[in-house]
Write a new protein. Structure first.
Length: 284
C-alpha cells in the first residue's frame, strides 16, 4: 500500500491546534483539521486543510473522523492529539461531573483516537502519534490538580505506548509547552467562575486567587520573557513529525525549561514553599 503521511489534528478551533494545522499545510503536508464545528475553522479550509467535525468526547464522532481520513488516504499517518483545556479549582470544590469531562477531553479522547488510528499505522509500517501535554504534566501548581492529573496521565500513557508500538514503525512523541499566549488562561479562569455555592466556603478565597494568578501568569514579565506563541509549539510538532528519529519529548519555551528544572531539583517541601509565595494556603 502507498505510505500515508496524512495528518489528523484535534482541537484546531484556536491556539496551538490552529497554528499547527496552518503551519503544516503551508509546509506541504496533507492536513485534516478538526473542531467540534467546522464553522470555527473555515480559515484553515481556505489555507488548504481538509476540515472535519470531531468531538473527542463522542465515540461516533471519533470513529467517523478516522474513517473519513482512512477512506481518503488509506491510513492516518500522523495523529496530533491536541484537544484539551484546563479545569481549575481546589480538589474538594470541583464537581465530579466536571472532573469526568476534563478526563474525557484530555485523556480518554486521546486514548480512543490512538486506538483507532493504530491499525492503519501498523498496516503501513509507519506512523507518528504526537501528544500535546504540558510542563504541567511533570509538575503541579495548586488549584490545578485535575488538569495536572490529566496531563500526568498523558505522559504516562505516552511512555507506555511508545514502547508498545515502536516495533511496528510507529513513534510516540510528547510535546511539553510552557506558558503559551492563547485563550487557554481565559478558559481556565472561566472554570472557576461561580464555582463556589457558598461565598464563605473554605476554598472561595483560594479559588479566586487561583483565578487571578492564572490570568496574570500569561501577562507578567516571566510570560513576556520566557513564554511563547502558538506557532512555537507548531514548530516543535513539525520537527517531531519530520525527523527520521524524533526526540521522545520536546519542551517548548524557556518557561517550560525553567520550571521543569526547578521541579526536578527542589524537594517536595521546598517546591510547596516556593508556590506558597504565590498561592495562599487554605486554612480554617
Amino acid at each position: 500500500m502507498e505510505l500515508s503521511k496524512a495528518v489528523l489534528i484535534t482541537g484546531c478551533s484556536s491556539g496551538i491546534g490552529y497554528a499547527t494545522a496552518e503551519r503544516l499545510v503551508r509546509s506541504g503536508w496533507t492536513v485534516y483539521a478538526t473542531a467540534r464545528s467546522t464553522d470555527a475553522i473555515v480559515g484553515l479550509g481556505r489555507a488548504g486543510c481538509h476540515l472535519l467535525e470531531l468531538d473527542v468526547t463522542d465515540e461516533a464522532s471519533i470513529r467517523a473522523a478516522v474513517a473519513d481520513v482512512e477512506q481518503a488516504e488509506g491510513a492516518v499517518g500522523v495523529l496530533v492529539n491536541n484537544a484539551g483545556y484546563s479545569l481549575s479549582g481546589a480538589v474538594e470544590s470541583v464537581p465530579l461531573d466536571d472532573v469526568r469531562l476534563q478526563f474525557e477531553t484530555n485523556v480518554f479522547g486521546l486514548i480512543r483516537l490512538s486506538q483507532l488510528v493504530l491499525p492503519g499505522m501498523r498496516r503501513q509500517g509507519f506512523g507518528r502519534i504526537v501528544n500535546v501535554s504540558s510542563m504541567g504534566g511533570r509538575l503541579t501548581f495548586p488549584g490545578g490538580g485535575y488538569y495536572h492529573a490529566s496531563k500526568h496521565a498523558v505522559e504516562a500513557l505516552s511512555d507506555a505506548l511508545r514502547f508498545e508500538v515502536q516495533g511496528f514503525g510507529v513513534d510516540v512523541v510528547v510535546i511539553e509547552p510552557g506558558l503559551i499566549r492563547t485563550g487557554f488562561a481565559d478558559a481556565a479562569v472561566g472554570t472557576i467562575a461561580d464555582r463556589s455555592e457558598d461565598p464563605e466556603g473554605p476554598y472561595d478565597a483560594f479559588n479566586q486567587t487561583v483565578a487571578a494568578v492564572t490570568a496574570g501568569a500569561y501577562q507578567n514579565a516571566i510570560a513576556r520573557t520566557l513564554g511563547g506563541r502558538p506557532d512555537a509549539v507548531a514548530r516543535a510538532i513539525e520537527r517531531a513529525i519530520s525527523a527520521r528519529r524524533p526526540h521522545t519529548r520536546y519542551r517548548v519555551t524557556g518557561s517550560a525549561r525553567l520550571f521543569l528544572t526547578l521541579r526536578r531539583l527542589l524537594p517536595d517541601r521546598l517546591w510547596d514553599a516556593m508556590v506558597a509565595r504565590t498561592y495562599p494556603q487554605p486554612k480554617p
